[in-house]
Every structure is written in structure tokens, then in C-alpha cells.
Design a protein. Structure first.
Length: 246
């Protein structure tokens, strides 16, 4: 509670209700000449502007740049040769066991298949020709062991694709080959993890492009002249590959 410094009356606002002088909380450290003169003459001083009784507005802080607005990558974009090296390592990791299972399954399965071949000769107008045909003998069949190995080969390939989706979409953003080359796949703008959905779409687009030989070649070679070293399936999902080497 405050009191007027002039008349001693209890003050509840910015000015005393009896004499009109400013109360201590709202008055300046030293009273103005006009206020002192008004008090001596017994007049009510003019009220100060209402805005003077309030503190100045706070100074706004500069806006900070969020992760979604980032433009500078945390690491350099991976060059084409390093991306190719990572892909080759992945191809060897999954390709060698896949080929072994595939060849072993075919060899094992065909061992129990018996063929019967016949040669037929024909002649007409002084010329002769022959043709041969082969059919399986009754009771022969593709070996069960070969079927099992072929099924394992297919499951291995499916399992690898599932692994690629989760590996690229994870926080690490890299497969075995990419880790060996210190690479990481992230979003193009925010450089965050790509996520499982975008990773699946990225793999699907890459596999579809493989069905088109010319487009697939462009997809593989595009990082050579792209400023971010992106492939076409990278551009489709807005992803980039970073080089995490120190």
C-alpha cells in the first residue's frame, strides 16, 4: 500500500485522490518542476499519459532455424564411386549365398529327373533331315531337396529386401555395404531419418526402374552430374546419401 508524499493520504492509483500528486510507485525518482509548482499553488497537476505507467513491450527474439528449414547438410553428399562400392558390397553379401542356393537346388532337383530322347529322321526329294525330342520318363520328378533349396533362395531374397527397407528407414540409414563405406541415407531437406514408408517406396521405385534398361542406366549414372549426387529413385522420394567419413 502506498501513501501520497504531499498530503499523506492513502493512494490506490497512479495519483492521489486528494491532492492529485503522483504516488511513489508511478512517479519518477525526482518530481518534475511542473508537479512541484502545481503542489505549491494548490492546483491539480496534469495526469501523465497512461502508457507511462506500464513497462515497455518486450524485445522480440530473432527466430531460430528449425531442422525442417535446414539447408546445409551435416556431412558431404556421397560421390558416385562410393555409392557404387557400397552397392557392390551389398550385392556380394546377398548374391553369393543366393547363387549357391539356386545352383545347388537346380543340380539336386535335376538329378532325379530322367529324360528319354528320341531322334526322328525324315527324307524328301533327295534330302534328309533329323530332329530330336526329349521327354521325362514316367515316375521321374524334380528332387524334393532341390525344391527346398530353391525355396530357401527365394526366402533369402525376400528377407534381404525387408532388411534393406528397415535398414535405410532406420536412424542409421544404411545397409551393410553402406556402413562399410560410411554412407547414410536421409531426407533431402531436414536430413532426418528417412522412415520405413519412404524407404519401401524408394526400394520399389528402384526395382521398377530395373525393368527398363535405358531408364535403369540413367538412374545408376545420374549421381555423376547431379549436384547432390542423387539417383532418380532418390529424387522421387526426396532422399540424399551423405558421406560420414571424418
Amino acid at each position: 500500500m502506498s501513501y501520497c508524499s504531499t498530503c499523506g493520504n492513502e493512494a490506490t492509483g497512479a495519483f492521489c485522490a486528494r491532492c492529485g500528486n503522483a504516488t511513489p510507485e508511478y512517479s519518477d525518482p525526482e518530481p518534475s518542476v511542473a508537479t512541484e509548482q502545481a503542489a505549491e499553488e494548490g492546483r491539480t497537476p496534469l495526469a501523465a499519459p497512461a502508457s507511462s505507467a506500464w513497462p515497455p513491450p518486450p524485445i522480440s527474439q530473432p527466430a531460430t532455424v528449425t531442422a525442417n528449414e535446414a539447408t546445409v547438410p551435416p556431412a558431404p553428399y556421397a560421390i558416385w564411386i562410393r555409392r557404387v562400392a557400397g552397392s557392390l558390397i551389398d550385392a556380394l553379401v546377398v548374391g553369393i549365398p543366393f547363387v549357391i542356393l539356386l545352383v545347388a537346388g537346380l543340380v539336386w532337383g535335376l538329378q532325379t529327373v530322367h529324360w528319354s530322347c528320341h531322334t526322328i529322321s525324315t527324307s524328301s526329294a533327295g534330302s534328309s533331315s533329323s530332329s530330336s525330342s526329349c521327354v521325362t520318363t514316367p515316375g521321374s520328378h524334380f528332387g524334393t531337396g532341390g525344391i527346398v533349396l530353391l525355396v530357401l533362395a527365394v526366402l533369402l531374397l525376400i528377407g534381404w529386401y525387408i532388411y534393406v527397407v528397415f535398414a535405410i528407414g532406420s536412424e542409421r540409414g544404411a545397409t551393410i555395404g553402406m556402413r562399410a563405406m560410411s554412407l547414410r541415407c536421409v531426407r533431402e531437406k531436414s536430413f532426418d531419418r528417412l522412415g520405413g514408408g519412404w524407404s519401401f517406396l524408394r526400394l520399389l521405385i528402384a526395382q521398377v526402374l530395373k525393368l527398363l534398361s535405358i531408364v535403369n542406366m540413367l538412374d545408376l549414372l545420374w549421381p555423376l552430374w547431379d549436384n547432390k549426387h542423387q539417383t532418380l529413385h532418390d529424387k522421387a522420394v526426396r532422399s540424399v546419401v551423405l558421406d560420414l567419413r571424418p
